[in-house]
Ligand binder design. Structure first.
Ligand SMILES: Nc1ncnc2c1ncn2[C@@H]1O[C@H](COP(=O)(O)OP(=O)(O)OP(=O)(O)O)[C@@H](O)[C@H]1O
Ligand SMILES: [Mg+2]
Length: 283
């Protein structure tokens, strides 16, 4: 995860996404959320957009491939709103700064695991209300660098917070609005670590322009933490095979692109032919 690049390249867009494949979300004690992001989409008369998220560990290649994915979608005639989490709004970017911290760990504010989880969802609520739901409602395709799967991976797998607590917050924040497609860029932990190290060395001394010159709060975590993050991501992919497509991202950039292109083409075709998402993606 990185603190600054792409800051606020947020653009907006249309539809009510179907609920997550088959997620059984425990009923929380929270009252139903107001401002329901999916409500605007439900009544939308415009062609439906799609919500695509890109996930994976630090250094997996999300940023590297987002430009390619965006170009691919635009070349297929889709209006694209690109964003990221945490972030994507003025509030979200400020919360991102707190969550990711800076290169000097001692200067970071202490954040308990529970507080971290709530900050992530606070940023997400703002992002949904201000950016994602309006963009989908306008028929745009939303392409987002990380979303709630990252919360299950980092705060659930990494921090060890109970997935049921995450599910309650997920349900309250965006239960009816889920990604249509999630591209999980998967790399072994040591590959991600080596890439982020190389990236940081290459950028050291220069102005990275994103306000973070070294490892962030998550990149500084132990190898065990990162292994738990990866395991949680893979468990999510196994739980939602129709939505989450695991891409082997340990191979060269061209190979990753080729696989991304195959998955995106299949997704686009399935939508054009009106095939149910789950059926097409389980095939
Ligand atoms: N398939 C690949 N093969 C070799 N190097 C790669 C590959 N994909 C990305 N890289 C390089 O690895 C580094 C990390 O990639 P990138 O910044 O895209 O990862 P990220 O998933 O966005 O990480 P973060 O979560 O920290 O934002 C970059 O220097 C990038 O050029
Ligand atoms: Mg990145």
């Amino acid at each position: 995860m990185r603190a600054g690049r792409n800051s606020g390249t947020v653009m907006a867009a249309a539809k009510k996404s179907p609920a997550a494949d088959s997620a059984t979300v425990p009923t929380g004690k929270l009252p139903a959320a107001t401002g329901k992001p999916s409500a605007a989409a439900t009544n939308s008369p415009v062609a439906p957009g799609a919500f695509i998220t890109v996930e994976g560990a630090d250094g997996a290649g999300k940023t590297t491939h987002l430009d390619f994915i965006e170009r691919h979608l635009r070349s297929h005639g889709h209006a694209v709103t690109r964003s990221r989490e945490p972030g994507g709004t003025a509030l979200g970017e400020r919360l991102r700064g707190l969550l990711l911290g800076g290169p000097d760990a001692d200067a970071d504010a202490a954040i308990s695991d529970r507080a971290e989880l709530l900050l992530v969802f606070a940023a997400r609520a703002q992002h949904l209300d201000e950016v994602i739901a309006p963009a989908l409602a306008a028929g745009r395709w939303v392409l987002c660098d990380r979303f709630t799967d990252a919360t299950y991976a980092y705060q659930g797998g990494g921090r060890g917070l109970d997935a049921r607590a995450i599910a309650v917050l997920e349900q309250w924040t965006h239960g009816e609005l889920q990604p249509d497609l999630t591209l999980l860029l998967d790399v072994p932990v040591e590959v991600g670590q080596a890439r982020t190290r190389r990236r940081e060395q290459a950028e050291q001394g220069g102005d990275r322009g994103d306000g973070a010159d070294g490892a962030d709060r998550f990149e500084r975590e132990s190898t065990e933490f990162k292994q738990a993050v990866r395991a949680a991501y893979l468990a999510r992919a196994a739980q939602f095979p129709a939505r989450i497509k695991r891409i082997d991202a340990a191979v060269g950039i061209a190979q990753v692109r080729a696989e991304l292109q195959t998955v995106l083409d299949a997704f686009d075709r399935a939508r054009q032919t009106g095939k149910p998402r789950q059926a097409s993606q389980n095939a």
